[in-house]
Design a protein around this ligand. Structure first.
Ligand code: C5P
Length: 222
């Protein structure tokens, strides 16, 4: 049998985009496929972890051996994450919408000939990664992602501080990464910055899961 270094551990993973309703038929979204987050959930399960995957709306299949909680919006994602605690570790790979419509209309907004378009006022969504990092039941290890199109490492180092998480997986999304099969990441930890080669997302997931198992070894279970 394969090694199960995460047996007895509970790991929370967020993945996918969020959809923020504007009215019953329209929403704000982004290009996240969920591939990286879902691959991480699968890799953690393969190492024996009990995994709760809180997934936004994705079209990819559920990973095997993982409990999947499906959500739509950022606020639903946060509630599902808090409901899943305690956890030994959390990996926030979801591309959470920063903003939602301040007032989601209860009925479909109507286009009235000759009238100006309706204004779209935005409200700030909760930051799930920062909330988990500061939580009374904070997981021992909290890992975030930083999708950047420039100054990737510098932004990730600053983001690690600002969010209060332990590690940041930083990636350059200026190319074909979002929705693609491969990812080139830098792992930013308390110890510094590691540059990983461009790898299939499944391999990034396996390496991250292995590192997580090392970091949790010897810690008492949540
Ligand atoms: O601030 P930014 O969106 O660049 O940070 C990205 C990291 O924060 C990712 O790990 C993402 O999952 C997490 N995040 C979150 N909730 C938000 C925004 C980002 O968990 N509202």
């Amino acid at each position: 049998a394969a090694a199960q270094p995460l047996a007895g551990r509970h790991v929370l993973v967020t993945s996918g985009p969020t959809h923020e309703p504007i009215d019953p038929v329209r929403y704000i979204a982004n290009r996240s496929s969920g591939r990286q987050g879902h691959a991480i959930a699968a890799a953690l399960a393969a190492l024996g972890a009990r995994v709760t995957l809180v997934a936004g709306p994705v079209t990819i299949a559920d990973p095997a051996g993982v409990r999947v909680v499906r959500v739509e919006s950022a606020r639903e994602m946060l509630a599902a994450c808090e409901a899943a605690l305690p956890a030994d570790a959390a990996v926030c790979a979801a591309a959470v919408a920063d903003w939602r419509a301040a007032l989601a209309a209860g009925q479909k907004l109507k286009k009235v000939p000759g009238e100006a378009p309706p204004p779209l006022a935005l409200a700030l969504n909760p930051d799930i990664l920062a909330t988990l990092s500061a939580h009374a039941r904070r997981p021992r290890l909290v890992v975030g992602f930083a999708a950047e199109t420039e100054n990737v490492v510098a932004n990730a180092v600053a983001k690690r501080q600002r969010k209060g998480c332990d590690w940041i997986v930083a990636n350059d999304v200026s190319g074909d990464v979002m929705g693609g099969a491969e990812n080139a990441v830098h792992l930013v930890t308390e110890g510094g910055v590691e540059d990983w080669p461009r790898l299939p997302k499944e391999e990034v997931a396996r390496r991250l899961a292995a590192r997580l198992a090392e970091a949790l070894a010897g810690e008492s279970p949540a």
